[in-house]
Design a binder for this molecule. Structure first.
Ligand code: GLU
Length: 553
């Protein structure tokens, strides 16, 4: 087809497209950013709930843009309307907000390079495709579903690559007259790329994470626009990342195989290519088969973003965990720089794992525990209250009415060199501090303590009534317990007891254990004297009576 015929064809196919490429090129000029600033984007498709792997990729987009003084934007890639789910877009924006992965620009954030919803950009895509028709790089293809199935069957029989390419691309060289006739007959068509590629050639790709790769050139006549005139993902990605001036496409490595398509489209459209950084998936060892597989929302509780929110896993701790997955040197850095924040760390692609990174639940729990141990009682209280307001309103009321004491309980042992690491999520607070709120402490708390020991109520009651002095120091307090123990036939230390067990009823530790169980319903707790002081004598005596009640059932 001659140029003037191609121009006629372009008008025939896109009568409503009034602008040309230059219009959009001018509308979305280069960004004014300092040298080295990265423009990254998170391009989710609203096809279901958000997954830890999605959060990870958005997290990487965020940190690389942030540390370089660049821009991180959100683009909703809803080109595949058939796979879109109701509420999918709100879910994405909600999860990003909830996880503090905050784009500087994009869908629901605004910006100069929008619209950021692909379904609102159809005119832009069509403008570029119209130009490709004029250039002779695209054509309408009228192959019906039945014809495509027949081509496929033939390809399967002759054991050749499946798809529309080479001699199978039967509508590649239709004349203008032939096309006009089919259009008059109102035949459905898609717009395909007239691929100049040859799969015998190799292209070299340098990925920021995976390094140098050689992949075969793409030679298929890819669909650019579907029957309804909307674009396929590949076309939309290339046009959008060009017009939005993305410098680094950071995305899951399942897209590596599509790189030859994207390279070809960038070249044909005459766009400069962004850099690509393909990140490895988060994997997990399957508990049934023992094999390493990708994290699955269906099989792994930890895979769905909702899990973190519902269980009250602190966002900052999750960010720390994602940072350890992102860069192999992060963990050590964080250990050596405990007063620093993620923002102080410099992420680099060459420290990013090339293969799959295994999900390590124990590591996440440990990071969370360390996180909590470094927070003050006030901070833990405020965040727990926020969590409870959403997921446990009854508890939130009790937290509010017990605020002062609750903060004191949460602060026990906070000033020690090795603060306690007993909670890993906000939902743990209710259980771990079950002794802190009187309204929640019932006889049932003792049944959770399943030691087979029965403690002497009268002995402990006597101790509290006659010996316990809440105004003394910790050391004096313990000396007091020891004195009381010895007076009542108990050894002053476990060591002394072990030397002559038959001489004693037990040792001082047994008295403490008895008091601890009666007061907290637990065999392990933070510093007992601190707890007793916060509760006060009356409550301590009430708990002893409750324990007595429990024994009598
Ligand atoms: N919309 C694609 C997805 O949800 C993202 C692909 C890309 O980032 O280029 O998987």
């Amino acid at each position: 087809m001659e140029l003037n015929e191609r121009k006629q064809l372009a008008e025939l196919l896109f009568p409503n497209i009034k602008y040309n490429r230059d219009y959009y090129e001018k509308m979305y000029p280069e960004r004014k950013l300092k040298d080295g600033a990265m423009v990254t984007r998170y391009g989710p498709s609203p096809t279901g709930s958000v997954h830890l792997g999605n959060l990870f990729s958005a997290f990487c987009d965020m940190v690389y843009a942030r540390q370089s003084g660049g821009v991180f934007f959100l683009r909703i890639e809803d080109t595949d309307q058939k796979r879109a789910v109701d509420g999918g877009i709100d879910n994405i924006t909600g999860v990003l907000k909830g996880f503090s992965i905050l784009p500087n620009e994009g869908y629901s954030y605004g910006g100069e390079y929008g619209p950021y919803l692909q379904s609102e950009r159809t005119e832009i895509y069509q403008t570029y495709v119209k130009d490709l028709i004029i250039q002779g790089y695209a054509y309408p293809c009228f192959i019906t579903e039945e014809e495509a199935a027949a081509i496929r069957q033939e390809q399967e029989l002759s054991k050749v690559k499946i798809g529309i390419y080479g001699s199978y691309a039967v509508d590649r060289d239709l004349s203008l007259e032939e096309i006009k006739q089919r259009l008059n007959e109102k035949k459905d068509y898609v717009i395909r790329l007239k691929s100049p590629g040859n799969s015998k050639n190799e292209i070299e790709i340098i990925d920021c994470i995976k390094g140098k790769m050689k992949l075969p050139e793409y030679d298929m006549d890819l669909i650019l626009l579907k029957k309804d005139g909307t674009p396929t993902y590949h076309l939309a990605h290339v046009i959008d990342d060009h017009l939005m001036h993305t410098t680094h496409v950071i995305r899951g490595d399942e897209w590596v195989a599509s790189l030859p398509i994207h390279y070809q489209l960038f070249d044909i459209l005459g766009f400069e290519k962004p850099k690509y950084a393909h990140i490895a998936p988060i994997t997990i060892k399957d508990s049934e088969t023992g094999t390493i597989r990708k994290l699955s929302k269906r099989k792994d509780l930890w895979a769905g973003a909702k899990y973190y929110e519902e269980n009250g896993i602190p966002i900052e701790a999750l960010h720390l965990y994602l940072a350890t997955i992102a860069n192999t040197n992060f963990e050590e850095w964080y250990l050596n720089n405990q007063d620093k924040k993620i923002e102080d760390f410099h992420f680099s692609f060459d420290k990013q794992a090339i293969g799959g990174t295994s999900f390590d639940e124990a590591k996440l729990v440990n990071i969370c525990k360390t996180y909590f141990s470094r927070k003050s009682g006030e901070e833990v209280f405020d965040e727990t209250l926020k969590y409870a307001l959403k997921f446990d309103p009854e508890y939130s009321e009790l937290l509010k009415s017990n605020k002062e004491d609750m903060i004191k309980f949460l602060n026990v042992e906070k000033d020690s060199d090795r603060p306690r690491k007993d909670i890993s999520k906000y939902s743990d607070v209710k259980e771990e501090f079950s002794y802190a709120i009187d309204e929640l402490f019932t006889k049932e708390n003792y049944s959770k303590y399943d030691g087979n020991k029965e403690f002497s109520v009268s002995l402990i009651r006597e101790y509290v009534n006659n010996v316990l002095d809440l105004s003394v120091s910790n050391e004096e307090w313990f000396n007091g317990v020891k004195e009381f123990a010895v007076k009542n036939g108990y050894a002053a230390s476990p060591k002394e007891y072990k030397q002559n067990p038959s001489d004693f009823k037990g040792h001082v530790g047994d008295i403490c254990e008895a008091l601890r169980v009666m007061v907290t319903g637990r065999t392990k707790s933070p510093d007992l004297f601190s707890i007793v002081k916060i509760l006060g004598k009356t409550k301590v005596l009430n708990r002893i009576s409750m324990y007595e009640n429990y024994l009598n059932k």
